[in-house]
Design a protein around this ligand. Structure first.
Ligand code: PYC
Length: 319
């Protein structure tokens, strides 16, 4: 009798980077998560297909810096696609740089052209505009500052006051700290921001309804004379955002608006740790603001990921 070896499964992924931060969009071969809301589909992804998340973005096929984006059928047919974002440790609500990567990917696939497009995410609908120069503007979900000047005592660093804000993910935003925000200090910055996140957790400091604060954002004066500010953003896990972080820029602008330091429609140029910028502005929407952020993304690979059932690391390496 001839033994048959199961064929390895294949997943088509389009890789891009947005102002330096990578996105891997899964366009074929992803799990079937049903037809519920995107928030319901994330729960199915987490409980039944988490190995797909780790297999596609963790080593040896990816790395901790890769943000994955699973394209899904949207519930609302007005949307061009639904999208679930994830990274090496879990799932994101929204992702600004990732949305720009998704839009560039859809254009690369010939599914959209320049113009305005809706995308469904687990935390709400976002509108993306692909410009003729291939830059992308994202009108994010309603964003707001939840608490201002919350002190956190960080072992080895001291007390640090920060704002807690929602920009599609939860952020702790710190303007006063002893760190120099330059890329060569990345190990020190990752260590410090991880210590801040642990201190928040230990001291019971959370987002609304007890939501964990999984992104930490430090600010300093910009290097470029045209930018308004520079940031360093720790993402869930131990990776930092190479881009200026779309949801982090949204959270920042919500705080500035709440303080009366950013007017509706005024331009905010957020520089990231690599010196690249997102251009942002807000419009008021009830108790929140609707942020718009603009940046550039480039396609870097159109690739097939191969999962062989005999591969001990088919589900990624769990460090
Ligand atoms: O651009 O919103 C963003 C983001 C979140 C995590 C990494 N990038």
């Amino acid at each position: 009798m001839v033994e048959t070896v199961p064929a390895p499964s294949r997943v088509r992924a389009i890789d891009s980077h947005t102002e330096g931060e990578p996105t891997r969009v899964i366009v074929e071969g992803g799990p079937d998560l049903g037809t519920g809301t995107l928030a319901e589909r994330v729960q199915i992804f987490k409980t039944r297909f988490d190995h797909f998340r780790s297999g596609t973005v963790c080593e040896p096929r990816g790395s901790e810096v890769v943000v994955g984006a699973l394209l899904c059928e949207p519930q609302d047919q007005a949307a061009v696609a639904g999208v679930i974002f994830f990274n090496d440790v879990g799932y994101l609500g929204m992702c600004g740089h990732g949305t720009m990567g998704v839009v560039r990917t859809l254009a690369y696939l010939g599914r959209i052209g320049p113009g305005s497009h809706l995308l469904e995410t687990p935390v709400g609908m976002v509108q993306a505009e692909l410009h003729s120069d291939m830059s992308v503007s994202v009108r994010n979900v309603p964003s707001y500052r939840y608490r201002a000047s919350v002190p956190v005592e960080v072992p080895g660093i001291g007390p640090l006051p920060g704002d807690i804000a929602w920009g599609g993910n939860w952020f702790f935003l710190i303007g006063e700290h002893p760190f120099e925000l330059v890329a060569k200090n990345r190990d020190q910055l990752v260590g410090a921001t991880k210590a801040i996140r642990s201190a928040l957790e230990q001291q019971g400091i959370t987002g609304k309804d007890g939501a964990p604060i999984d992104h930490i954002e430090l600010f300093a004066a910009p290097v470029s004379s045209v930018a308004s500010s520079r940031n360093f953003v720790l993402c869930p896990g131990a990776s930092f955002d190479r881009s200026p972080c779309g949801t982090g820029t949204s959270a920042k602008m919500a705080c500035l608006y709440a303080d009366g330091r950013l007017a509706a429609g005024e331009v905010w140029q957020q520089e990231g740790i690599l010196g690249t910028c997102f251009t942002g502005s807000v419009q008021p929407e009830g108790d929140c603001v609707l942020p718009t952020i603009t940046g550039r993304a480039w396609i870097t690979a159109d690739t097939t990921l191969i999962f062989d059932s005999s591969d001990p690391f088919a589900g990624g390496i769990d460090f």
